[in-house]
Design a protein around this ligand. Structure first.
Ligand code: ZN
Length: 345
């Protein structure tokens, strides 16, 4: 498991552009529909702007521009909302821990990966989210000065935030890190079997992994609590939670690097796959898995519930970390488009 912080420089490897959810979904749905009788249209599949749908559904009380800076898809001018940041550029799209991929495991037989390896991948993805949560809390310090006054330049949204790992306006930095943390979590529900039902018409196997049918968020994404614990402590706690669901899996993603090594893409042979391949189902709700028992909707519903929890926890952490009214003002600065000392009290 490698859960180190992301480097600031992009890899020089030529970028194989990661198709965004909606493009990949459209292809997957087309393929899936081609194999289904006319009446069996999918009830709900991850489609255009699913990250946006989840994030907007979770964030209440944000004004328009602030919500857009956090949750929008492509804005048409080469920028996007923070929640899409990890699907962009030449570094993040290829890192499994930013998308909760490669935690694949299937009991019985001779599966090429162990339960321990799968759990290690899940812990790497939790750690990524915890680190980004912490960076967002630190970046919030720049929103409000030590006297409790709003740093006007740091909250100005008159030009778009660019989520490119460069230091800039504090508000953009907070959103950038929250976007990376929350993207991991949203992807977990899309890419794992946490909320899924398996296909009752097929035997359980590589192309029909078990479904855990969970209706509440995963207990091991308690970013706020974990960010205040030592790595050893929270890893032990998260492992205990993951151990309660030994069938928990995400899929192997062939376009991502194995162990962050840019010279090796994942070899997904004989493993639960992320994508539908050769007419066989993958685990991601971007594909045919979404059409079983409304799995796509189940994943969106629980992901939205989780991001609601994450936003609540983030606000609580700001209030605890920045006393004497600073935390309250930071929350106002994040949710309001043109916050001032007069409008944020
Ligand atoms: Zn992703």
């Amino acid at each position: 498991m490698n859960a180190s912080s992301a480097p600031r420089s992009a890899t020089t490897r030529s970028a194989r552009h990661r198709r965004p959810w909606h493009t990949r979904t459209a292809l997957a749905i087309t393929t899936a529909l081609a194999c289904l009788p006319a009446l069996a249209a999918p009830a709900y599949a991850f489609g255009p702007g699913t990250h946006t749908e989840i994030t907007e559904g979770a964030l209440q009380g944000f004004q328009k521009k602030s919500l857009e800076a956090m949750a929008a898809g492509d804005l048409g001018d080469g920028t996007w909302g923070a929640i899409r940041g990890s699907d962009k550029g030449t570094y993040y799209p290829y890192q499994t821990r930013y998308h909760c991929d490669d935690a694949d495991y299937l009991k019985g037989g001779h599966y090429p990966r162990t339960r321990q390896q799968a759990t290690g991948e899940l812990l790497a993805c939790v750690q990524t989210a915890v680190e980004e949560f912490h960076k967002a809390v630190v970046a919030a310090d720049g929103l409000v000065d030590s006297q409790g006054g709003i740093n006007t330049k740091d909250v100005n949204l008159s030009s778009r935030c660019k989520y490119n790992d460069q230091p800039g306006r504090a508000k953009c930095e907070v959103f950038e890190h929250l976007g990376r943390a929350w993207h991991v979590i949203e992807d977990f529900y899309s890419h794992s079997n946490w909320t899924d039902h398996s296909d009752p018409k097929q035997a359980i196997g590589l192309t029909n992994p078990p479904g855990l049918q969970k209706t509440t968020p995963a207990p091991f994404f308690t970013l706020r609590a974990y960010s205040n614990q030592s790595t050893a402590t929270w890893e032990a706690e998260a492992t205990k939670e993951i151990d309660k669901t030994p069938d928990l899996a995400t899929g192997c993603a062939p376009q991502e690097y194995e162990h962050d090594d840019p010279t090796h893409y994942n070899d997904c042979t004989g493993r639960i796959n992320h994508y539908d391949t050769n007419g066989k189902g993958g685990l991601s709700k971007e594909g045919s898995r979404a059409t079983i028992d409304d799995n796509g909707k189940h994943a969106v519903d629980v992901a939205t519930e989780d991001i609601k929890r994450q936003w609540k926890d983030f606000q609580a952490e700001l209030l605890a970390t920045y006393p004497h009214g600073r935390g309250t003002k930071m929350i106002c600065a994040l949710t309001h488009d043109t916050p001032t000392d007069a409008t944020c009290k």
